[in-house]
Design a protein around this ligand. Structure first.
Ligand code: FES
Length: 221
């Protein structure tokens, strides 16, 4: 049976399952930590977005809460001037390669970038970074949905969802700023064998994957 342990987050004593990742332990106890790439119950966290950084007593550097297992007596801080700076920087970095077309974005009401900005008082615009060239690719090959690479934040959640519950056709290609989500063989999703199960759409935290207007909804989960 899972052992329950106690830890302290932002001065509040909370209970969690031993070994559970700190991010989920905090969220389940009503303590918000920004996050974008984390997938609950995924075997391994990619810790790619760096939005969930927290300070843990005894650790020299901030750690990614989505990858850090909790243990008895842990003392955690989710806010400090240093953390706020790092999170703001990571957030702006993500914005620098994301097309900010909120007014027409299909994910406007459920976008996690907007949620993070709202909760942390961050701006949805670039302050110190210049925007990177955005990939122009739009894969509209599936009947029920499309993928717009210019909105993709490279969180990897669609890749994970496709591997775990879909046809397993997605992966990352390229390096650095040229990194992108693609199918094996770099062909359209339909040609790669997409079953249109809709798991990638559910996993996308922004508007990179969206249902096509008038699509047959029975095709997307
Ligand atoms: S949610 Fe932890 S690094 Fe992205």
């Amino acid at each position: 049976m899972d052992r329950r342990i106690r830890l302290v987050i932002d001065g509040k004593e909370v209970a969690a399952r031993e070994g559970e990742r700190l991010l989920w332990a905090a969220l389940e106890n009503g303590i918000y930590i920004p996050h974008l790439c984390a997938v609950k119950d995924a075997g391994r966290s990619r810790a790619a977005c760096r939005l969930c950084l927290v300070e843990v007593e005894g650790e020299r550097r901030p750690v990614a809460a989505c990858a850090y297992p909790v243990r008895e007596g842990l003392e955690v801080r989710t806010r400090s001037p240093r953390l706020d700076r790092l999170v703001e920087r990571a957030f702006e970095l993500i914005l620098s390669r994301h097309r900010l077309d909120c007014a027409v974005c299909p994910a406007r009401s459920r976008c996690q970038l907007r949620e993070i900005a709202r909760r942390r008082g961050l701006q949805l615009r670039l302050r110190s970074l210049t925007p990177l060239p955005l990939p122009a690719e739009i894969d509209a090959s599936p009947q029920s949905f499309a993928y717009d690479a210019g909105r993709c934040v490279l969180c990897g959640r669609c890749v994970e969802a496709c591997r775990e519950r879909g046809a397993g056709i997605l992966g990352f290609v390229g390096r650095g700023w040229e990194r992108r989500v693609a199918t094996f063989g770099d062909v359209g999703r339909a040609e790669a064998g997409c079953r249109e199960c809709g798991e990638c759409l559910k996993a996308c935290p922004v508007g990179a994957l969206y249902p096509k207007p008038n699509a047959d909804r029975s095709k997307s989960g």
